[in-house]
Design a protein around this ligand. Sequence first.
Ligand code: WTA
Length: 603
Amino acid sequence: MPKKMMKKEEKSMEIKIEKSKTKKSALKKLGMEEEILKKKLFFEPNLKDYEKTRKIFSWKKTIKEFSKHENLNAAYIALDKHIKTWRKNKIALIVEDENEKIEKLSFLDLYRLSNRFANLLKDLGIKRKDRCFIFLPRVPEVYIAFYGIIKNLGIAGNIFAAFGSQGLKDRLDDSEARFIVTNGELKKRIYEAEPKNIEYIIDIDGDVNKESKYHEINYKEEMKTKSSYFEIPKTSLEDYCFMLYTSGTTGKPKGVVHAHEALLVGMLTADWVLDLKDEDIYWCTADHGWVTGTMYGILANFALGATSIIYNGRFNAEKWYSIIEKHRVSVWYTAPTAIRMLEKEEEIYKKYDLSSLRHLCSVGEPLNPEPIKWGLKAFGLPFHDTWWQTETGGILIANYPCMPIKLGSMGKPIPGIKADIVDDKGNVLKEYQLGNLAIKPSWPSMMREIWKNEEKYKSYFVKGWYITGDLAYKDKDGYFWFVGRADDVIKTSGERVGPFEVESALVAHEAVAEAAVIGKPDPLRGEIIKAFLILKKGYNPSKELEEDIKQFVKNKLAGHAYPREIEFVNSLPKTRSGKIARRVLKARELGLDVGDISTIEEY
Ligand code: WTA
């Protein structure tokens, strides 16, 4: 059993479970009393009976039904199909920015604009499977570009706008992207990154440099000249659709590739879990640079015909509530850190009319009982936890509106998905035993490939199971409980960060000789990034140097992936082969027993 990354209470829980085998006392220890939430339902949920649906569900039948669509391209299913219905003039997207500028686009607007963009790319010579990245803040062009790319059967890649030149370079070079869509401001970082394979930079602000070594394309001018009609080529469920870079313990980020078929899981879960209906105003707070913002911000939400809202700005409690009030948001998909940030500003919610909210969901980090209880107090509704990963493409474990919530549990696998807890050899464990959360392959939104890295792809599988990298256990009722990560991946404010990427950025600083990075538990952000640094000769620890290093990583790697805490040290624990033993640093930081360190040396 992977014990290395467990927090104190998780460890004590495990001991309790192993010793007493009584789950009740162990759960109590964690403060996770088996409280069943009795909630008022103001609406008829889409999924009426979880157990019954699970019993009769068949992928074969569902895929057959899905395949009846005129075209299997995700852009057709999410967008174009609505043009033939009454939804044509319905508002698909509302975008509000920090200055309260509001833009509204109907399904027809999005259809026409994405067709123009598809023609623009076609004229530039985009080919099937060509990688085209979107490096933009939350503006309508993200949606227009995404659909335009996949209509051409290109692979759309979303990159979080907080990434700096190095973060960008790693992603663009590994994917060998030919196209990138950006704005005047972010374009500077592309030039700093000097990507090797980029041929075209499409600038939505249109301020293009004709002398550039890349071809700069004036989006505004070009879009005017393109036709708003585009025929999507015949697409198969297996054609590649989008890719997102995500982090593991080792090495640079990996490109997770999804096929057009992934939308099927997105649609089923947007129906069963997010409970989206035609009349909903839906707000997914995740950025499109993360998988939630892609699958449930660009694809599945549109496919179900709901009106979606995006806010292009920084977190601000007043602003968030005003968005819900002003646009009458009814379904809200957010993350525990955001909920905790709202909770911190306790009384503000009382100033707003939030009565339009009818269903709340959460993802990305453990949703502890506390934010659920606070949600009940503030909104009169519980947050429903959902579990999934970039690799799984869609929600796989969830709490459904029709099912009682157990506070602190991720819920149960969606119909069609078999999840279980297995040991490191892939043997299924018993109820309440802590182990690896594993999923039985395969399902339609399962990643199709790790870009050009078959070895990495294969490493996810053990004895016929897809191993998620999460530690969890299952209770007697089939509910799953998240306990921690089995590896060194950091989740800070719900955003996934690999320690290696941060360490690489740190050692590029002139003063840093060696660096090790861990996720340190944080009451607000879930985890924060903490770095242990050995300085080069001639440099001394100081507050100024600390600040300089933080700023350096923000600029070079990403605004969200810098160490909020730095400790200067004289040595680091390493294995005999010279690898940094992050588990030892983490255990020390948490005041835990460091375990067997016979193979660890300090230097
Ligand atoms: C974590 C995000 C606890 C988990 C959609 C997983 C969660 C990783 C939950 C994937 C949850 C996601 N409770 N932890 N409900 N949902 N995680 O790829 O460690 O950014 O493996 O996908 O987030 O992060 P990713």
